[in-house]
Design a protein around this ligand. Structure first.
Ligand code: NAI
Length: 788
C-alpha cells in the first residue's frame, strides 16, 4: 500500500490501552467480599454472587457479592450510626475528606478508566477524558461546598441517611454525582451500583477507606432490583436519590409516598437536537455524533431526535450519513474506537426491537455498511428518516445508537416538535444567530439546553429534567439543596371538623351569599350543581359554597394552562401583586370580620392574620423580579445561565389552619414566579377564599392565572394529583391526604410538596417565602459556549 492509498483510506492502526493493571487489580482482590459496609469488606450474608461480564466479548470479568435485604439493613444501620459524628464535623473537616477522595481518584485515574471500559463497554477515550475527570471534578468542587453551607443555606440541616441507586451507563460518574453532594452536606450514604457495572464502585470504596472517610459514612451494596427495592423501602432512610428509567422512577415515587422520605429522580429523556438553516452544518454534524453516539446512545440526555430545518435537511442528512460511515466500531480499549458494544444482550434486544417496530411504523432505517465486531453486544449506528411524530422511535427512549430525524419549517414548529414528548431533560440548538438560539431556549421544556454544543456537564451546573424526566437537580447549588432539609416541625396537622349546620339558624342574613367557583377569570356555577354549607364553629349557617368536582378541576387546569401570566415580566408581576395586596388592605376590616366569624377566633387575632397575609403578598411581589437565576462559569469556554422558569400550572390545596395566611403564603410565591394556579381553599373555611374573587378581579391578574375550586379537599386534591397536565402540586393536609397525593402524582411525575402530615408554622414568613419560591421555579441551565 502506498502512502497515497493510506491517506485516501484514512485507516487507523490499532491503539489498544493495556488492561494488565486492571486484570491484576481484579486478581488481587477477594471478590467474594465486595460489599463495603461500616468500613469493612463483607461477603453477602446469603453467600449469593452475581457475574459481571465484559460487553465487548461476553466473557465473565468477576463474581461479585449480591446483597440481600439483610445486608442492606446492615448498611443502613452503619450509615445511621455514623451520621451524628459526620454531620457534627466542621465543614472544613468534611472538605478535607472530599478533597482527599478527589486526589485519590486522580492518582488511580487510568485504572478507573480501564475498569470502566471493561465493565461497561464504553470507549476508553470517553472513560479516560470524560467520565473519570468529571467524577474527580465533582468531589473537588463539592469539597468547597462543605465549607460554605452555613453561609449559603442557613436554617438547613443534612437530609440524613441517604439511599442512592444508580444506573450502568455512567457507573463512576453517577456515583460521584450522588456521593459528593451527600458527603458535603453531612449525610451518610448507602449506594447501590447497577448490577451490570459494579467494579468502579469497588475501587472507589477502596479509595474512600484510604482518604479518611470515617467508617459507615459511605456504604456500597451490590445487586439488582431487589437490593434497590430494599433501599427504597427501608424505614430508616431519609432520602432516596435515583437515576434510571422513568418506570422505576414512578415505582419509587409511589413506594415512598407518605413515608416522609425526600426523593430526587433523574430519569429518561428524548432530547431534541435542533438544527436551524443558519447553523454551521459541519459543526452540527460533529455535535450530533457526540449527541447521539456518545456512549452508544446509552445516555439519558442523548440528542435522539434530530429536528432539522427543511431548507437544509437534505444536505444535512447527507453529511450525517457520510460521517456515520466513518464511525469506528470496535474494542472499547482501543483509543481509536468511536462506538463500543451495548451493555447487555437484553439492551441489544430492546434496541433491535425498537428499530424494527419503528420501521414497521413507517420510518426508513439506515445503517452504514460497517462491519459489526464479533462476540460482543454491538449495534450499528442507525439513522431513521421519514419519522412521524407519533412513531415509536420519536416517542420512546431507545437508549441506543439510534437517531430519529424529522424536519421543520419555522422556529415555532421546531419548538412544538421538540416539546412533543412526555420527557424534558435536555435539548441542543444549533444556529449561528445567537439571538435566535437564546430566544428558542426558554421555549423548550427541558432542564438543560446546549447552544451550539451538546453533552456538556460540570459539577457547578445543575443537571436534571422537566416533566417525566424527573425532578431535582444534580450539581452545584441546586443539587445541594436536594441533600438538605429543614428541621422537622413538631406536631401533627389536624383537620378542623365541620359541625353539622343547625337547621334554620343563620348568621345575620349572610345565607344569601352563595359564591360560585372562579375559573378562567369568571365566576361559574359548579358542574355538579351542588352546594356545601359553611358554618360558624357553633354550627350556625354562614353561607354556602359550590361543591367542585373532577370536571371543575379539569376546566380550571385548562384555564390555567391558557393563561398568559407566565409570559409577564417580573416587573409586571411585581406590580400586580402589589396591587392585589393593596386591594386586600383596603378591605382588611371586612376580611378580618369574616375570618373571626368563620373561625371563632378573636377580632385581634383575625386582624393579625389578614395583616400578615397582606405583608406576605407584598413580600412575594417584591421578589418577583429578584428571585433570579445565576451565571455559572464552568472550566471551559462557556457560560451557563441557570435561569429560573415558572414550574407551570401549580395546584394548591390550602389547609384549615390559618386559612387566609396559609393560602396567601403559597399563592404569593407561585404567582410571583409566573405560575398559574388552581387553588382548592380550606374545606372548613372556604368563604375566606371566595371573598378574594373581587380582590383578584380588580388587580389586573390575567384571566386564568388564579382559579379557585371550592369543595371537599380530599376529593379535589386526589383529582389534582392524578391530573396529567398539572406541573406542580402543593398540598397541606393530614397524613392520609399527603400520602394519597404523593402516590397519585406518579402518573406524570409532577413536582409535589406536602407537609407529610406535620403541622406547619405559618407565622415563619421569611422561611416560607424562601421555600415556596424555590418550589415555584424550575431551573433551566442554558449552556452558551464562546470562541471559535
Ligand atoms: P433501571 O431503571 O431498571 O435500573 C437503574 C437502577 O435501578 C439499577 O441500579 C437497578 O438495579 C435499579 N432498580 C431496578 N428496579 C428497581 C426497583 N424496583 N427499585 C429500586 N431499584 C431498582 O434501568 P434498566 O433496566 O437497567 O434499563 C432499562 C431502560 O431504562 C433503558 O433502556 C433506558 O431506556 C432506561 N434507563 C435510563 C437511564 C437514565 O440515565 N435515564 C439509566 C438506565 C436506564
Amino acid at each position: 500500500m502506498t502512502i497515497l492509498d493510506r491517506f485516501k483510506a484514512m485507516d487507523y492502526g490499532p491503539a489498544p490501552e493495556s488492561r494488565g493493571e486492571a486484570d491484576q487489580w481484579l486478581a488481587a482482590r477477594d471478590l467474594a467480599k465486595t460489599l463495603f459496609i461500616d468500613g469493612e469488606w463483607r461477603a453477602a450474608k446469603s453467600g449469593a454472587r452475581f457475574t459481571t461480564v465484559e460487553p465487548a466479548t461476553g466473557a465473565a470479568l468477576a463474581e461479585i457479592s449480591e446483597a440481600s435485604s439483610g445486608d442492606v439493613d446492615d448498611a443502613v444501620k452503619a450509615a445511621r450510626k455514623a451520621l451524628s459524628a459526620w454531620r457534627k464535623k466542621s465543614g472544613y473537616e468534611r472538605a478535607r475528606v472530599l478533597y482527599a477522595i478527589g486526589r485519590g481518584m486522580q492518582r488511580h485515574a487510568r485504572l478507573f478508566a480501564v475498569l470502566e471500559s471493561l465493565d461497561n463497554g464504553k470507549p476508553i477515550r470517553e472513560s479516560r477524558d470524560i467520565d473519570v475527570p468529571l467524577a474527580i471534578r465533582h468531589f473537588i468542587h463539592h469539597a468547597g461546598w462543605a465549607q460554605t453551607l452555613d453561609r449559603d443555606f442557613p436554617g438547613f440541616e443534612p437530609a440524613g441517611v441517604v439511599g442512592q441507586i444508580i444506573p450502568w451507563n455512567f457507573p463512576l460518574l453517577m456515583l460521584a454525582w450522588k456521593i459528593a453532594p451527600a458527603l458535603a452536606t453531612g449525610c451518610t450514604v448507602v449506594l447501590k451500583p447497577a448490577e451490570f457495572t459494579p467494579l468502579t464502585a469497588v475501587l472507589f470504596a477502596e479509595i474512600c477507606a484510604r482518604a479518611g472517610v470515617p467508617k459507615g459514612v459511605v456504604n456500597i451494596v451490590q445487586g439488582g432490583p431487589e437490593a434497590g427495592e430494599a433501599i427504597v423501602n427501608h424505614p430508616d432512610i431519609d432520602k432516596i436519590a435515583f437515576t434510571g428509567s422513568s418506570e422505576v422512577g414512578k415505582i419509587i415515587r409511589r413506594a415512598t409516598a407518605g413515608t416522609g422520605k425526600k426523593i430526587s429522580l433523574e430519569l429518561g429523556g428524548k432530547s431534541a437536537f435542533i438544527v436551524f438553516e443558519d447553523a454551521d452544518l459541519d459543526s452540527a454534524v460533529e455535535g450530533l455524533v457526540d449527541g447521539i453516539w456518545f456512549n452508544q446512545g446509552q445516555v439519558c440526555c442523548a440528542g435522539s431526535r434530530l429536528l432539522v430545518q427543511e431548507s437544509v435537511a437534505e444536505r444535512f442528512i447527507g453529511k450525517v450519513k457520510a460521517r456515520m460511515s466513518h464511525l469506528r466500531l470496535g474494542d472499547p480499549l482501543d483509543k481509536n474506537t468511536d462506538i463500543g458494544p451495548l451493555i447487555a444482550p437484553s439492551q441489544l434486544a430492546r434496541v433491535t426491537g425498537l428499530v424494527a417496530e419503528g420501521a414497521r411504523q413507517g420510518a426508513e432505517c439506515w445503517q452504514p455498511a460497517s462491519d459489526l465486531p464479533q462476540g460482543g453486544y454491538y449495534h450499528l449506528p442507525t439513522l431513521a428518516t421519514g419519522v412521524a411524530p407519533s412513531n415509536i422511535l420519536a416517542q420512546e427512549e431507545v437508549f441506543g445508537p439510534v437517531l430519529a430525524a424529522m424536519s421543520f419549517r419555522t422556529a415555532d414548529e421546531a419548538v412544538a416538535l421538540a416539546n412533543n414528548t412526555r420527557y424534558g431533560l435536555a435539548a441542543s440548538i444549533w444556529s449561528e444567530t445567537i439571538n435566535r438560539a437564546l430566544e428558542t431556549a426558554p421555549k423548550l421544556k427541558a432542564g438543560v439546553v446546549w447552544i451550539n454544543g451538546t453533552n456538556m456537564f460540570d459539577a457547578a451546573c445543575g443537571f436534571g429534567g422537566y416533566r417525566e424526566s424527573g425532578f431535582g437537580r444534580e450539581g452545584g447549588r441546586e443539587g445541594l439543596i436536594e441533600y438538605l432539609a429543614r428541621a422537622k416541625t413538631k406536631g401533627e396537622y389536624r383537620r378542623i371538623e365541620i359541625p353539622a349546620a343547625k337547621a334554620g339558624e343563620s348568621e345575620d342574613g349572610l345565607i344569601d351569599r352563595t359564591p360560585k367557583l372562579f375559573i378562567g377569570g369568571k365566576q361559574v356555577r359548579p358542574d355538579g350543581n351542588y352546594a356545601l354549607p359553611v358554618t360558624t364553629p357553633k354550627g350556625r349557617l354562614l353561607g354556602e359554597v359550590g361543591a367542585g368536582n373532577r370536571k371543575d378541576i379539569r376546566n380550571a387546569v385548562a384555564a390555567a394552562r391558557a393563561s398568559k401570566w407566565g409570559s409577564a415580566t417580573g416587573y409586571n408581576r411585581m406590580q400586580v401583586l402589589y396591587f392585589m395586596a393593596e386591594n386586600l388592605a383596603a378591605r382588611a376590616d371586612e376580611f378580618a370580620a369574616r375570618l373571626a366569624a368563620l373561625t371563632g377566633e378573636s377580632a385581634k387575632k383575625a386582624r393579625a392574620e389578614v395583616e400578615a397575609g397582606i405583608e406576605c403578598l407584598f413580600a412575594a411581589g417584591g421578589l418577583a423580579d429578584k428571585y433570579e437565576g445565576r451565571v455559572h462559569q464552568p472550566p471551559m469556554r462557556a457560560v451557563t445561565l441557570a435561569l429560573h422558569e415558572p414550574a407551570g400550572v401549580v395546584g394548591i390545596v390550602a389547609p384549615d389552619e390559618a386559612p387566609l395566611l396559609a393560602l396567601l403564603s403559597m399563592l404569593g410565591p407561585a404567582l410571583a414566579m409566573g405560575n398559574s394556579v388552581v387553588l382548592v381553599p380550606s374545606e372548613r373555611y372556604p368563604l375566606i377564599a371566595t371573598d378574594l374573587y373581587q380582590v383578584i378581579e380588580t388587580s389586573d391578574l390575567p384571566a386564568g392565572s388564579v382559579n379557585i375550586v371550592t369543595g371537599g379537599s380530599a376529593e379535589l386534591a386526589e383529582v389534582l394529583a392524578k391530573h396529567d397536565d398539572l406541573d406542580g402540586l402543593w398540598c397541606v393536609g393530614d397524613r392520609a391526604l399527603c400520602t394519597t397525593v404523593e402516590r397519585e402524582s406518579a402518573g406524570n411525575l409532577k413536582r409535589v410538596w406536602t407537609n407529610a402530615g406535620h403541622a406547619v408554622d405559618w407565622s415563619d414568613a421569611a422561611r416560607l417565602a424562601d421555600d415556596f419560591l424555590r418550589r415555584a421555579v424550575e431551573v433551566k441551565n442554558v449552556w452558551v459556549p464562546y470562541g471559535d
